[in-house]
Design a protein around this ligand. Structure first.
Ligand code: M6R
Length: 366
């Protein structure tokens, strides 16, 4: 059942080239530069004119929502707010029939997310779901939705469900851009052509596994870890930190790299590992100065870099390479090494990777 892997989590990490491919199947047409999302096609007009989108979710699904915010705002130019379902439901949110709410949930059973959906529905909003478990509760109470088609996820730590959620949000952002004319047709063609290649690039990213296992050896006894990134690298940092804390019980924090100097920098010393998302994109130079700030204080730096990068390599203790890609798809690739890093650290610490203490796969109580 684990397909020769020692744990479900590792099997599910390795399934990602296939699960991301399955998620896109029949939905993208690179040559025509077209995205088709049958689940929400009845709302094409509403999407053309909508003034605001609110995303509600918990945990890893909330991180996917943050990536979605970057993508939808960047490409479809629609303002997006991302909220924890547990906060949204208890705070009398301003929401009306003019809004579209996107609820994201792997299990489709999370109690807080369901309650938040009910509240938004009462106030007349249109609700889309992004769920993995077909026929679960959330898809039954939403107006429309898009399944992630990642297949059953058994490990409590979400891995392939996250990348599939991000894939659906990418498709939604490009679909909305197509409806609203905010991205040129020729750009849609090239973006979809590149998106089609992402499963192959994920496969390449998985090849760093052995190297990551060696890096894990060096950090298995740490008691803290910081994850820093900018732009869509920030939700990736949050997700990396959540993975590490839930399965290895090492205290970890994700931060936007620029926020470091507003507090967390006080924590940096020779015992503090800092994981940077330092790939070659629009925030590359800025991230490099943040790395210098950490090195000046003797922090140990592990950097996720673009293949062939020499500048960062010379500055840091360890690098993990991922293939170059369009900035829009960075989270789909940069997340992979972080999943593997937390997996190996947890295994080395003797933790129960698939069923971490105190956690349930779906949180059906509030
Ligand atoms: O099934 P859902 O996506 O609604 O679950 C939300 C969170 O409980 C879930 O993502 C949780 O944070 C995971 N254990 C993260 O790995």
């Amino acid at each position: 059942e684990k397909g020769g892997f020692e744990h479900f989590m590792l099997k599910e990490i390795y399934e990602q080239p296939r699960s991301v491919r399955d998620c896109m199947r029949g939905r993208i047409y690179p040559i025509e530069g077209k995205v088709q999302l049958g689940g929400i096609k009845d709302y094409a007009d509403k999407l053309k004119n909508v003034e605001r989108i609110v995303v509600i979710a918990c945990g890893t699904s909330w991180h996917a929502g943050l990536v979605g915010e970057y993508l939808i705002e960047e490409y479809a130019r629609i303002p997006v707010e991302v909220e924890y379902a547990s906060e949204f439901r208890y705070r009398n949110p301003i929401i009306s029939e003019k809004d579209i709410v996107i609820a994201i949930s792997q299990s489709g059973e999370t109690a807080d997310t369901m309650a938040a959906i009910e509240l938004a529905k009462e106030r007349g909003a249109t609700i889309f779901g992004i769920c993995n478990v077909v026929g679960s509760s959330i898809p039954r109470i939403t107006d429309a939705g898009v399944y992630t088609h990642a297949g059953p996820e058994i490990g409590v730590a979400s891995t392939k469900a996250f990348t599939a959620q991000v894939t659906v949000l990418t498709l939604m952002a490009l679909y909305m851009a197509q409806q609203r004319g905010t991205v040129k047709q020729s750009d849609l063609v090239s973006m979809l052509t590149e998106l089609d290649e992402i499963p192959t690039l994920i496969e390449q990213a998985l090849k760093s596994d052995e190297k990551i296992a060696e890096i894990a050896e060096k950090f298995k006894d740490s008691s803290n870890c910081l994850f820093l990134g900018r732009g869509s690298g920030f939700p990736v940092a949050l997700e990396g930190a959540l993975k590490l804390k839930e399965i290895s019980y090492i205290h970890a924090e994700g931060y936007p790299a620029a926020e470091m100097k507003h507090g967390p920098i006080a924590l940096i010393d020779e015992d503090m590992p800092v994981v940077f998302i330092a790939t070659k994109n629009s925030s590359y130079e800025k991230v490099i100065s943040n790395i210098q700030e950490v090195k000046a204080r003797k922090g140990k730096v592990i950097a996720i870099v673009t293949e062939g990068d020499k500048t960062v390599k010379e500055m840091v203790d360890y690098i993990i390479e991922i293939p170059a890609c369009n900035e829009a798809y960075l989270p789909l690739l940069a997340t992979i090494p972080l999943q593997l890093l937390s997996y190996h650290i947890a295994v080395l610490r003797g933790c129960n990777v698939d069923q971490p203490r105190n956690l349930a796969k779906s949180v059906t109580v509030e």
